[in-house]
Design a protein around this ligand. Structure first.
Ligand code: PLP
Length: 486
């Protein structure tokens, strides 16, 4: 077992060697063969720079911007940069944009919802309207903040909500309407202009979740890709979130939430004087915040620069084209959504070619993709988040995909054991016990740290499980993993 608190301290190089040993079990964060979780530009020297910058400011505390002006200056610079990328700044239609640096997309969305909710203290049952394809972090925000969620169905082919359906979901209690540019699952841009126009007419806030693609879409447009307007150039858009730890290629822990003006941001702040300590003023959820991620992000942006992001977007675009071509060239597979921007999302039309088996076969060949379960009318799919580092790998992907598909077809689709489907159907979340979870984890070889298990069976079970059961199963499973290593 790993002991975080040995009786006697361990020398620094030994500690680092131990950590390096542990990291061996992780998926590869670099090399362009992991299509989720990580964003790698493959810029030589960038990691070293970001690490040094991180170390410089790791102990700086964002709690008080007057105590650490370096943090205030770098945050203000990051907000200005994000604003400029997203159509704001002097000489634009959005000269008064302000923002905050947060720890990630989820925090940015929670704060966008909080600001909208607290702008309307007179609304006692505030509501949020989103398409069902909007990121799950909106649901989390609504849950945390006591806001009701109104989910709007999307077209099963385009994966976009109709503006009319979004409009119809608005009630007198709606404080915010939101959409994605683009959505995570399929990489599709919602009809932002139409939705923002509705919001403007109704006098409600409109948030554009550009957490995922906000830093790559503007550059794709500049290299000639057709990208519909989704930023502050669109009247009615009141806030936008963009994660710097995605396509700005910064180390984890940095996102930016922008508001069209300071009055829209005001209800985002929390200030408290009813205690004998310092008067607390927090723009974001955390109070003490490390300067590390912010300094690393600042260094990353300055080193890559505008021209660097332009060329990284071009590399990403060429990788997307290559991967999409490999998909369409593989019998039985097709693109589920057009691979227009930075996502390739594929599905299978052939009942003999099981996508979950295919994902396992790709994994066995060193290509780590993200299976997505079927949802309503939307079939199961495999999601690929494509970054610049994928470009040099594209040529190898086609043959690997063809080979993996051949093996998956030979193996055939997952067959659940007799009676399992009806058993899962009859199961309710309350019937789950920790022992059952431990038994299932053992049966499926999950969580024992012994390399990537084959997940096709697990994904098939999750696909037939009712959604509440699926949530509970996974929560209990993660809880099972998260136990102290005494
Ligand atoms: C990643 C993502 C989020 C959530 O961001 P985290 O940084 O994981 O908290 C929100 N929206 C979209 C569209 C995303 O892709």
């Amino acid at each position: 077992m790993i002991d975080a608190l040995p009786t006697h301290g361990i020398p620094a190089d030994q500690v680092l060697a131990e950590l390096r040993g542990l990291r061996q079990a992780d998926l590869p964060t670099h090399g362009g063969k992991l299509f989720a979780y990580v964003y790698d530009p493959a810029v030589p020297g960038l990691d070293e720079l970001a690490h040094s910058a991180y170390a410089l400011s790791a102990h700086v505390n964002g709690l008080d911007p007057t105590a650490f002006p370096s943090l205030l200056a770098t945050e203000n610079a990051l907000v200005a940069a994000a604003g400029r990328v997203l159509g704001a700044g002097p000489d634009t239609a959005a000269p008064d944009v302000v923002g905050s640096v947060t720890s990630g997309g989820t925090e940015s969305l929670i704060l966008a919802v909080k600001a909208a909710r607290d702008a309307h203290p007179e609304i006692t049952s505030p509501r949020l309207v989103i398409p069902v394809t909007a990121h799950a972090a909106f649901a989390k925000a609504a849950h945390y903040l006591g806001v009701e969620l109104d989910l709007v169905e999307v077209d099963p082919v385009t994966f976009r909500p109709s503006p009319a359906a979004m409009a119809a979901a608005i009630t007198i209690d709606t404080v915010l309407i939101a959409c994605s540019a683009p959505s995570y699952a399929h990489g599709v841009i919602d009809p932002v202009e139409e939705i923002a126009a509705i919001a403007l007419e109704e006098g409600i806030r409109c948030h554009v979740d550009a957490c995922f693609g906000g830093w790559v879409l503007p550059y794709l447009r500049r290299i000639g890709v057709e990208v519909p307007a989704f930023d502050f150039s669109v009247p009615g858009v009141t806030s936008i979130s963009v994660d710097l730890h995605k396509y700005a290629y910064c180390p984890k822990g940095v996102s930016v939430l922008l508001h069209r003006d300071a009055s829209l941001r005001a209800p985002q702040y929390f200030a408290y004087a009813d205690w004998p300590g310092y008067t607390m003023v927090n723009p974001v959820i955390s109070s003490t915040r490390s300067g590390g991620p912010i300094a690393a992000a600042f260094a990353t942006l300055r080193h890559i620069g505008d021209d660097g992001y332009l060329s990284l977007a071009a590399q990403t675009q060429s990788a997307v084209r290559g991967l999409a071509a490999a998909v369409t060239a593989t019998p039985g597979l097709r693109l589920l959504a057009p691979a227009d921007y930075s996502v390739v999302c594929l599905t299978s039309d052939d009942p003999e070619l099981d996508l979950f088996v295919l994902a396992d076969e790709l994994g066995a060949r060193g290509w780590h993709t993200q299976p997505q379960l079927p949802f309503g009318d939307i079939p199961a799919s495999i999601h690929l988040t494509v970054t610049a580092s994928v470009a040099p790998q594209v040529e190898a992907f086609g043959p690997a995909l063809a080979d993996a598909a051949k093996t998956a077809r030979a193996l055939g689709p997952v067959q659940l054991p007799e009676g399992m489907v009806s058993m899962i159907g009859a199961m309710t979340p309350d019937l789950l016990t920790p022992d059952m979870i431990a038994g299932l984890a053992e049966q499926f070889g999950l969580g024992d740290g012994a390399g990537a298990p084959r997940m096709a069976m697990v994904n098939t079970v999750l696909s037939v499980a009712p959604r509440r059961l699926r949530e509970r199963l996974l929560a209990e499973f993660v809880s099972f993993l998260q136990r102290p290593s005494w």
